[in-house]
Design a protein around this ligand. Structure first.
Ligand code: B1M
Length: 215
């Protein structure tokens, strides 16, 4: 198989033997971020489609996710880093009940490489933990990620909790993850939340919104 096809296949098949050699070869031809966005994420998308249609079982999805994570970790030092910290601070978490963190961690990498300080709380974070961290770390922005349809409901509950605690105006909230839609966030959630809530379809839109929040 040609290199790009082979790399994509590695994600789909969860095959990590020889991964680094392929990534080294890829890095000689394209920037790290492009390899992730155009090749590896394409593989993850296929995994999602196969799983969704019942053609792939969960343990294999997990293997694919592990290879994806290994690849991203290997590529990370090769990514362009423009600035150090200082532009603002975001507390970032995958919401309660949700373990998906590949997208959240990509957001972390992109923001960190572009001058933001990211306090990454990890997965399955209840809103109380997110609020506590945002207060303690004096965050400028709160970011929540979630991939399950259930998580879109949790996000709404979290915003309601911020309303109730009188904290809605304290931090702009950035939301992302595959189950969300722009309309749900910008209409439904923006309609009930007493502060500012924005939707990012990918890590780059997340960065653009961070820049806008901090301007
Ligand atoms: Co899960 N899973 N999974 N899974 N999984 C999905 C989400 C699913 C759509 C697959 C499918 O059915 N086609 C489906 C959800 C269906 C639904 O809710 N209706 C699903 C399911 C059902 C499940 C389980 C329930 C399966 C089971 O146990 N029976 C279970 C849930 C466990 C739980 O959370 N409690 C489960 C488990 C897993 C694994 C553990 C095996 C693994 C996760 C490993 C890990 O993350 N460490 C996994 C995976 C890998 C997937 C798919 C295949 C891929 C997700 C991924 O990493 N994508 C996924 C299919 C899909 O999404 N289509 C699926 C790549 C990643 C870069 O994209 O996270 O969307 P994403 O991030 C993007 C943007 O969304 C955005 O930026 C990123 C890229 O630039 N973004 C943000 C994300 N967060 C952001 C935050 C921001 C800004 C932008 O600001 C704060």
């Amino acid at each position: 198989l040609p290199l790009w096809e082979r790399l994509k296949r590695r994600i789909i098949d969860g095959e990590r033997k020889g991964l680094e050699a392929d990534l080294d070869e890829a890095l000689r031809e394209r920037p790290a971020l492009e390899i992730i966005n155009d090749v590896l994420l394409d593989g993850m998308k296929t995994v999602g489609d196969l799983f969704g249609s019942g053609q792939m079982q969960l343990p294999f999805v997990l293997q694919s996710a592990e290879v994806m994570k290994t690849a991203v970790a290997y590529l990370e030092p090769h990514m362009e880093k423009t600035e150090d910290g200082g532009k603002g601070r975001i507390v970032l978490a995958t919401v309660k009940g949700d373990v998906h963190d590949i997208g959240k961690n990509l957001v972390d990498i992109i923001l960190t490489n572009n001058g933001y300080e990211v306090v990454n709380l990890g997965i399955k974070q209840p809103v109380s933990a997110i609020i506590e961290a945002a207060e303690q770390k004096q965050a400028d922005v709160v970011g929540m990620s979630g991939l399950l349809v259930k998580s879109t409901v949790i996000m709404k509950e979290n915003l309601a909790e911020l309303n109730e605690r009188g904290l809605a105006g304290r931090w702009p909230v950035l939301l992302g993850g595959a189950a969300l839609t722009r309309a749900y966030v910008e209409q439904d959630l923006a309609g009930m939340f007493e502060g500012e809530v924005r939707y990012a379809k990918d890590a780059f839109e997340g960065l653009k919104l961070m820049d806008a929040f901090m301007a």
